[in-house]
Ligand binder design. Structure first.
Ligand code: HEM
Length: 129
């Protein structure tokens, strides 16, 4: 199905699919020499939970993120990390690997790929490409 919306992405992937994708992504984050060190070592489950809940919120499947973290204001929450082109590209590379590994369907990728690319570029606070 071309041009899926949020509800169709959720129907296709399921909450479990999104959680598995995020878990696979973080498995790569912890070992990554460039962006891994930015993430808190002592709260890995928390980091995973925050990204999973944000995505479920963004995909219209849950309001738990809002209830526990409030308005996402993601750019503000990333200003303390140095995010340039290399960091942005690494994040996207690891997420792409995670989506492939966990079998996110191609039709859902058509929604998720540009979404991740846009948000990741918006997080950039170094360099102007
Ligand atoms: C561009 C490269 C990016 C880097 C280097 C980066 C790095 C980080 C780091 C170090 C954290 C703190 C970890 C934690 O919560 O424990 C974080 C949090 C978070 N990131 Fe990113 N991030 C990037 C892009 C993105 C993108 C593209 C998204 C969403 C599509 C995203 C969503 C989040 C969310 C939801 C949180 C938790 C916010 C909160 O509630 O505190 N990040 N990120």
């Amino acid at each position: 199905m071309a041009h899926m919306n949020e509800a169709e992405v959720m129907k296709t992937c399921g909450e479990q699919g999104i959680r598995q994708m995020v878990a696979a992504f973080y498995e790569k984050i912890w070992d990554d020499p460039l962006i891994g060190p930015m993430y808190p070592e002592d709260d890995r489950a928390g980091s995973e939970e925050r990204l999973a809940e944000f995505l479920l919120f963004r995909l219209g499947a849950s309001t738990r993120y809002l209830e526990t973290r409030g308005n996402p204001r993601l750019r503000m929450r990333h200003v303390t990390f140095k995010i340039g082109i290399a960091e942005r590209d690494r994040w996207l590379e690891l997420m792409t690997c995670a989506m492939v590994e966990t079998g996110i369907p191609a039709a859902a990728r058509e929604f998720l790929d540009p979404f991740f690319a846009q948000v990741a570029d918006f997080m950039r606070n170094q360099g102007d490409g």
